[in-house]
Ligand binder design. Structure first.
Ligand code: FES
Ligand SMILES: [Fe+2]
Length: 330
């Protein structure tokens, strides 16, 4: 399976303590563990002992090795195994590459080249990370995140107002490796405090400009506002990176990392609070997407036979790149 040839986030780094953690990614069951404290070495192995099939995630870490709870064989982060009862044996567990970055644990198959996903957040303040599980296949989950036509129906705050949806522009451009969508239109009406939080005015135009990449499958959103009378940009902007991680054929985990350009309530010393609120806003909107995805009657990724809109052009472009780049077919 070529999917695991790409770097996928599988856990929040702060969820992984002394105990090994089972994770499921691309329909593979793996165990992730910290082999030592301090300058921690991470390990990721197939979650099945090569001896008699015990789940290694039920084991414990001792002396930098993951110990199987059945017969005590132990494994180094690179999969090198030892059997206490048969020292001459050289068992080997299936090992994966694993790193900790952006507060997440990432894994990929060993021995294949894949660039770590580029995420430029210089100048931005980290707001928070969040994870959600969509009960839908990868393509169908991504579809929801690469069109804005659903924002009036599905979202409380993010996006465009129902009655002015026809004014929203949608420019789609693509390269072999990426699909970019630029949307511009009137910002939906918001509760008053949010104008202050986002540092925007009523009547502002909202831009949602994103690019989707396919190793792994992820989208980086730039969201900002401007005064439609002058074209002047507001000081704040959000940059949100969302990674789409297939768990099984019908489930997709969504890992979102959110950043803001301006510290909105700096002069009041309330930035931490502003970030909490912004994060809550992102979490709420992602939950709405995920809940909706769970209710789809037809979760087939097949697009043929569907009646598509002017906002749906990126769906087909993304399908092609998922096949060729992510799944390595054709
Ligand atoms: S099953 Fe793991 S040591 Fe026997
Ligand atoms: Fe959405």
């Amino acid at each position: 399976m070529a999917e695991l040839d790409h770097w996928h986030p599988v856990l929040f780094a702060d969820e992984l303590g002394k105990k090994p953690a089972p994770v499921r990614v691309c329909d593979r069951e793996l165990v992730v563990f910290r082999a030592s404290n301090g300058q921690a070495t991470l390990g990721a192995l197939a979650d099945v002992c090569p001896h008699r099939g015990m789940r290694l995630s039920e084991g414990r870490v001792e002396g930098g090795r993951l110990v199987c709870p059945y017969h005590g064989w132990s494994f180094a982060p690179d999969g090198e195994g030892k059997s206490p009862a048969t020292p001459a044996a050289r068992p080997c567990a299936d090992a994966f590459e694993v790193v900790e970055r952006y507060g997440l644990i990432w894994i990929k198959r060993r021995g294949v080249d894949a660039a770590f996903p580029a995420l430029d957040v210089s100048g931005y303040h980290f707001i928070g990370k969040t994870r959600h599980r969509a009960e839908a296949p990868l393509e169908v989950t991504l579809d929801n995140f690469i069109e804005v036509e659903h924002t009036p129906e599905v979202h409380a705050l993010l996006g465009y107002p129902r009655e002015r949806m026809a004014e929203v522009t949608c420019e789609v451009t693509s390269t072999e490796r990426s699909v970019r969508v630029y949307n511009e239109g009137p910002q939906k009406a918001l509760p008053r405090p949010l104008y202050s939080l986002l540092q925007i005015e009523t009547g502002d135009s909202f831009v949602d400009d994103w690019t989707t990449w396919f190793s792994p499958v992820y989208t980086v959103y730039d969201q900002y506002w401007f005064d439609p009378a002058t074209g002047q940009r507001r000081p704040n902007a959000l940059r949100i990176a969302i990674f789409f991680v297939p768990v099984t054929a019908g489930q997709t985990d969504i890992f979102a990392l959110s950043y803001a350009l301006a510290a909105p309530w700096e002069r009041y010393g309330l930035n931490a609070f502003a970030y909490l609120l912004t994060r809550a806003f992102v979490v709420m909107e992602l939950r709405r997407d995920v809940t909706l995805l769970g209710k789809l009657a037809d979760k087939s990724p097949e697009l043929r036979g569907r009646t598509l809109s002017r906002f749906d052009k990126p769906l087909g472009l993304a399908r092609k790149r998922i096949e060729s780049i992510y799944r390595g077919r054709g």
